[in-house]
Design a protein around this ligand. Structure first.
Ligand SMILES: [Zn+2]
Length: 257
């Protein structure tokens, strides 16, 4: 197991998909690919290992293979990046961001809420809420192929973010500017890092050694954040060796002994 937590970023669609004439040169598939590049860099700065489903802008894998790749590469989180569109494109006043959360990963709703709040703050528009959408007659399967495939293959912390509406001129214009995409990437990376405990590390205490021993004995299941924090020898599992190292840190000794 890698020392770093892995995240998969999925820039939606292909390069020339979903153009919007009101913002010259806008293609959802291009702008989300650019956003993904900034987000990957911001997450790597914060210590994550980041995979993307479209390393090249011309890549356009199936939604199933995108989602499955996140599960296969051991990602703790998969985020698919999109901008929304109204069915009737003359409805240009519709705005706001929304995020779809896998029905198999409802426990991750706090992360979805925090991400959505951050996106709406940067884009200065309203939140449309954290949503779920399932296949008709199949309430345990997500409607969006990419999060369905991620979750059904084992990456249940799977979300799809709609960054405003590219049918809205203000939103589309916003998304064509690199400095705006960078601000979105920073805001999203900060939320993700805080959630997974990468940026703000709390000092270790003797109580953490007890928690580690309980986790080692299978009496406690740790969040990814706690696991990362207490896995001092970075072997991907919590054992009594970690508990001993924590106690040495608390005592002001070299953890390696
Ligand atoms: Zn889309």
């Amino acid at each position: 197991m890698s020392e770093k937590l892995r995240i998969t970023i999925d820039p939606g669609h292909g390069e020339r998909d979903n153009p919007y004439p009101a913002a010259k040169g806008f293609f959802e598939g291009t702008q989300m690919w650019r956003l993904a590049g900034f987000l990957k860099a911001e997450l790597e700065k914060r210590g994550f290992d980041v995979a993307t489903t479209r390393p090249k802008i011309t890549d356009n894998p199936s939604v199933d293979s995108r989602g499955k790749s996140a599960a296969d590469n051991g990602s703790v989180f998969m985020l698919s990046l999109h901008s929304n569109a109204t069915a009737d494109t003359t409805q240009t006043s519709v705005t706001g961001s929304e995020v779809f959360l896998s029905v198999k990963g409802r426990e991750h709703k706090p992360l979805a809420e925090k991400l959505l709040t951050a996106v709406c703050r940067v884009m200065t528009h309203q939140t449309r809420g954290v949503k779920e959408r399932t296949l008709e007659n199949s309430p345990n399967n997500d409607w969006f192929g990419v999060i369905r495939s991620a979750a059904n293959n084992g990456c249940t912390c799977a979300m799809l973010m709609e960054h405003g509406f590219h049918t809205n001129p203000k939103d589309a214009q916003f998304l064509t500017v690199d400095s705006n995409l960078r601000r979105l990437a920073e805001a999203e990376a900060e939320v993700i890092a805080e959630h997974f405990g990468i940026s703000a590390e709390e000092p270790l205490t003797a109580a953490d050694a007890v928690t580690a021993l309980r986790a080692a004995a299978g009496l406690e299941v740790l969040s990814p954040k706690e696991l990362k924090r207490l896995d001092l020898n970075k072997d991907g599992v919590i054992t009594s060796a970690d508990a001993l190292m924590i106690l040495r840190v608390v005592a002001g000794l070299n953890p390696e002994g």
